[in-house]
Design a protein around this ligand. Structure first.
Ligand SMILES: [Zn+2]
Length: 384
């Protein structure tokens, strides 16, 4: 559980024995200096004597632009303002905004790496959404929208896995609509969850092989004593693997009906009593569409498009999980905690997916999102 007290300032000196260690009492504030963004503290490490600014190893490090402006640009990227619009409003260049995005995405990745681990998730909804970068090769995909691994389908899809019980975005990946991308998504998901959760998706064919690649057991065959080559071991789905699909039947672009298809683990699914659903991730799909402006740049190479989109998606993921209270997660405050703030007496406690999953105890501010520092993982306890 990460609390506000954990926002320490570790020593950034590689050669120091306390390098990156938090809350060991070796770092203290010694002075302040004035910048465009107001006062900043200078810290000193008692062990090695190194002095450093509080923005060291954060998105704001060494930027001359006021923090407020950087935050405003990054917020606009999350509410569907396009790059040209941001540059017009803030009077910056696209390159500058993209550099801030690069830093923010790097920070978001650190947040994911440190906090999304061993998650006690029981259900995972999978979806791939949007072909938001139209390219000339898009015509090569099959009618169902799936593309072969060899096709040069340039369309980009956001692949997402979602834990409905916490409204938590577990993993997100930008790539083409291929088996390879499905495998990447499942691997990323398997790396952050504990045990084998139940998986639900739409009717895309690639998920089953991707799931079996991540969750399987190998069955060996005993030698029969007869002549000839022994039977090769086969890969079977893990006995705990539950996977079901919601198949949409469309006619003339209209949804005609839905049907459920249990692909594996039917018995366990009945025991668990989960209903087969992908509705929450489809709601997230809508949220994402409202958040991210399509990125189509004539002058950019395809890879650059993809890279920029990946950065946006990982940044959105961290923002969504930790800094954006989710309406359906808020809980009623006990009477004694309904402290009056001005004329308002809040009755509800806002919660983020990260709080619902027990990863943190408060809604992070946008600045926290951009400045949180972490100890290297091997120094932390599992719960850390
Ligand atoms: Zn030090």
């Amino acid at each position: 559980m990460r609390t506000s007290k954990d926002w320490g300032h570790p020593c950034p000196n590689h050669e120091c024995s306390h390098y990156k260690l938090m809350n060991r009492g070796n770092v203290s504030a010694i002075s302040t200096y004035l910048t465009n963004s107001g006062k900043r503290r200078i810290f000193c490490c008692k062990v090695c004597g190194r002095q450093f600014s509080e923005t060291r190893e954060t998105v704001f490090f060494d930027l001359r632009t006021p923090e407020e402006k950087v935050m405003m640009a990054l917020k606009m990227l999350l509410v569907r303002v396009d790059l040209a619009g941001i540059c017009f409003v803030l009077g910056t260049t696209e390159e500058t905004v993209l550099e801030w995005l690069r830093r923010a995405a790097h920070q978001a990745q650190k947040i994911n790496d440190h906090l999304l681990r061993e998650l006690p998730v029981t259900q995972v909804q999978l979806d791939e959404m949007w072909n938001f970068i139209g390219r000339q090769h898009s015509a090569q995909s099959e009618p169902r929208g799936e593309s072969g691994d060899s096709s040069e389908d340039g369309r980009q899809w956001i692949w997402i896995s979602y834990a409905p019980e916490f409204r938590l975005m577990l993993a997100a990946f930008v790539g083409s609509r291929t088996l390879q991308s499905a495998c990447t998504l499942i691997q990323m998901t398997a790396a952050v969850v504990k045990g084998v959760p139940a998986f639900f998706s739409d009717g895309l064919r690639s998920y089953l092989p991707a799931l079996v690649a991540a969750y399987h057991q190998t069955r060996e065959f005993a030698r029969t004593g007869k002549r000839g080559r022994p039977r090769k071991p086969v890969r079977e789905p893990h006995p705990d693997l539950v996977y079901a699909q919601i198949v949409k039947v469309k006619e003339g672009g209209r949804l005609k009906h839905l049907h459920e298809r249990i692909v594996c683990g039917g018995e366990r699914l009945t025991q668990l009593g989960f209903s087969i659903s992908t509705s929450l991730i489809e709601r997230l799909n809508l949220t994402l569409r409202h958040a991210l402006a399509p990125l189509v740049r004539k002058s950019w190479s395809f890879c650059k498009d993809r890279e920029q989109m990946r950065r946006r998606v990982v940044f959105f993921q961290a923002y969504y999980n930790f800094a954006r209270p989710h309406l359906s997660l808020c809980t009623k405050l006990p009477r004694r905690e309904q402290v009056k703030a001005g004329i308002i007496r809040p009755k509800w406690k806002q919660r983020t997916p990260g709080m619902a999953a027990g990863l943190t105890n408060h809604v992070w501010t946008f600045r926290e999102l951009l400045t949180a520092k972490f100890e290297p993982i091997h120094f932390q306890s599992i719960s850390g």
